[in-house]
Write a protein that binds this ligand. Structure first.
Ligand SMILES: Cc1cc2nc3c(=O)[nH]c(=O)nc-3n(C[C@H](O)[C@H](O)[C@H](O)COP(=O)(O)OP(=O)(O)OC[C@H]3O[C@@H](n4cnc5c(N)ncnc54)[C@H](O)[C@@H]3O)c2cc1C
Length: 400
C-alpha cells in the first residue's frame, strides 16, 4: 500500500501528464511530485496508440489553444528529441485536393497555416506533387516540409525518466477512485493506497469526464470515444507512399480524415477511421464495455450529434467495416492500390469531448477549480502540443 504525501499529484501517465510533471519539477526542483497511473505502465492509451505525426499546426483556428500549443509544442518537442537522441524524421506531408471543389478549402488551409506561424508551407501543382509522392494523384496539394514523424511512446518514456531522475515518483497500478478537497490539501484515494497533495492536476484522457466528476466538477462536456482503425501496406508495397499523405479535412469534424502515414520503422499505416466506440479502452474491433456504452448512449449530446451528422457518420461506419469501400476512397489518392494491399492493423481510441448540445468541442479545454486542475479535452494534436500544454498548465498553477 502506498501512502504518499507531497506538493503535486498528477493523475494520468500519458504524454500530457508526464510532460506536465516534468515541467513542474523543472520549475520547482524541490517540489515533491507524483504521477498516479491506473495501468501497469505509462502511455498505455492514446499516447501509445496514434499516428505518430508531429503536426505543424496548420489546421487549427488562429489564436486557439490548439494552434498556439501545436506550433510551439512541435518546435519544443523536436528540440527535446534532438537533445535526448529520440528518433524524429522530418519526412514532410502533402494535403491533397483531388478535384476543383477542394481547391478553395486547400488554399484556406494554407492561409491558416501561415497565420498560425507555420514555416515551410507551399501550394504545389500536380507535377511537383508527383516528384514528392510519385504514386499519388491530385489537382493540387499543400506541402508542409516541416511535418515530422516520431514515436510518442518513446517520448513519454523519456519524460518519465526525467521526472524520476529529478526525484519525482511514478506510481503505476494506482487507479484514482476518489478525490476530496480540504482547505489546505487534496486527498486522493487510489486502489493501492491514499495520497495527499497540495494540488492535483488531472490529465486522464479517455476518463477525463469521470475523473472530473470525482472531484465534484461537472461531468460535461462528456468524453465520447471515437475509435480509429488502421490498415497496413504489405512490405513490398510500401514504396507507394514516401511520407505523409492527407485528404483535405471536412471542416465539420475535428478529425483529419483517413491518411497514409509512414512510420519510423518504415511501415505505412492507412487510417484511422473515426467511428463512435462502445468501449473507451477496448482496442479489439467490436469490444463493448457496458458502462462505456451506456454512458455514450444515454448522453443527449451523442444523439444530437448523430441526428446532425447521420449521413457522414454512416458513411464513415461503412468505410470502417468494408475494406472495398475504404479501398475506393483511398484509390482516389493512390490509384495503384489493390484490395490485397490493405492488411488489418492496430487501433486507437480518441478522447473527444462532446457538449450536451451535440457540438464536438473544438479546442483543448483546461479547467481550474480550487486546488484541482483538469485537462478535459486533449485529443489530437495534444501529443505534438504536450510540452506547450505542460507550460500552460505550469504557468496557471504557478500564478497562485
Ligand atoms: C488514433 C489516434 C491518432 C492520433 N494521432 C496523433 C498524431 O499523429 N499526432 C498527435 O499529436 N496526436 C495524435 N493523437 C492524439 C494524441 O495521441 C493524444 O492527444 C495524446 O496522446 C493525449 O495524451 P494524454 O496524456 O492526454 O492521454 P492518454 O495518453 O490517454 O493518457 C491518459 C492517462 O490517464 C490514465 N488514467 C485515466 N483515468 C485514471 C484514473 N482514474 N487513475 C489513474 N490514471 C488514470 C490512463 O490510464 C492514461 O494512461 C491521436 C490519437 C488517436 C487516438
Amino acid at each position: 500500500m502506498t501512502d504518499w504525501s507531497g506538493d503535486i499529484a498528477i493523475i494520468g501517465a500519458g504524454i500530457v501528464g508526464l510532460a506536465t510533471a516534468r515541467e513542474l519539477q523543472r520549475r520547482r526542483p524541490r517540489a515533491r511530485i507524483a504521477v498516479v497511473e491506473k495501468e501497469d505502465g505509462i502511455g498505455r492509451h492514446q499516447t501509445g496508440h496514434n499516428s505518430g505525426v508531429l503536426h505543424s499546426g496548420l489546421y487549427y483556428s488562429p489564436g486557439s489553444l490548439k494552434a498556439r500549443t501545436c506550433v510551439a509544442g512541435a518546435a519544443a518537442l523536436a528540440r527535446y528529441c534532438d537533445e535526448r537522441g529520440i528518433p524524429l524524421e522530418r519526412c514532410g506531408k502533402v494535403i491533397v485536393a483531388r478535384d476543383d471543389s477542394e481547391l478553395d478549402p486547400l488554399h484556406e488551409l494554407y492561409r491558416r497555416g501561415v497565420r498560425n506561424g507555420v514555416d515551410g508551407l507551399a501550394i504545389v501543382g500536380p507535377e511537383r506533387l508527383r516528384e514528392i509522392e510519385p504514386h499519388v494523384e491530385g489537382k493540387s496539394a499543400l506541402y508542409s516540409a516541416g511535418t515530422a514523424i516520431v514515436d510518442f511512446g518513446l517520448v513519454a518514456a523519456s519524460l518519465a525518466d526525467d521526472v524520476k531522475g529529478a526525484g519525482g515518483a511514478i506510481l503505476t497500478a494506482h487507479e484514482v477512485v476518489a478525490v476530496s478537497e480540504t482547505s489546505r490539501t487534496v486527498a486522493v484515494e487510489t486502489t493501492w493506497g491514499d495520497l495527499e497533495a497540495g494540488r492535483v492536476i488531472a490529465c486522464a484522457g479517455l476518463q477525463a469526464d469521470r475523473v472530473a466528476a470525482l472531484t465534484g466538477s461537472a461531468r460535461e462536456p462528456a468524453i465520447v470515444p471515437f475509435r480509429g482503425d488502421y490498415w497496413l501496406l504489405p512490405a513490398q508495397r510500401r514504396h507507394l507512399v514516401r511520407s505523409l499523405v492527407y485528404p483535405v479535412p471536412d471542416p465539420r469534424f475535428p478529425f483529419l480524415g483517413v491518411h497514409f502515414t509512414r512510420r519510423l520503422d518504415g511501415e505505412v499505416w492507412l487510417g484511422p477511421s473515426a467511428v463512435p466506440a462502445l468501449a473507451r479502452e477496448g482496442y479489439r474491433r467490436g469490444t463493448i464495455e457496458l458502462r462505456d456504452g451506456l454512458d455514450t448512449l444515454t448522453y443527449p449530446g451523442f444523439w444530437r450529434l448523430v441526428s446532425r451528422h447521420a449521413a457522414a457518420g454512416l458513411g464513415e461506419m461503412i468505410r470502417d467495416a468494408s475494406r472495398r469501400t475504404l479501398l475506393r476512397s483511398l484509390r482516389t489518392f493512390v490509384p495503384e492500390l489493390e484490395l490485397s494491399d490493405l492488411l488489418p492493423g492496430p487501433s486507437g481510441i480518441r478522447a473527444q469531448a462532446l457538449a450536451r448540445d451535440g457540438t464536438l468541442v473544438e479546442d483543448f479545454v483546461v479547467e481550474h477549480k480550487g486546488r484541482v486542475t483538469h485537462v478535459r479535452n486533449a485529443p489530437s494534436p495534444a501529443a505534438t502540443s504536450s510540452l506547450a500544454i505542460a507550460d500552460l498548465v505550469a504557468d496557471a498553477v504557478e500564478v497562485e
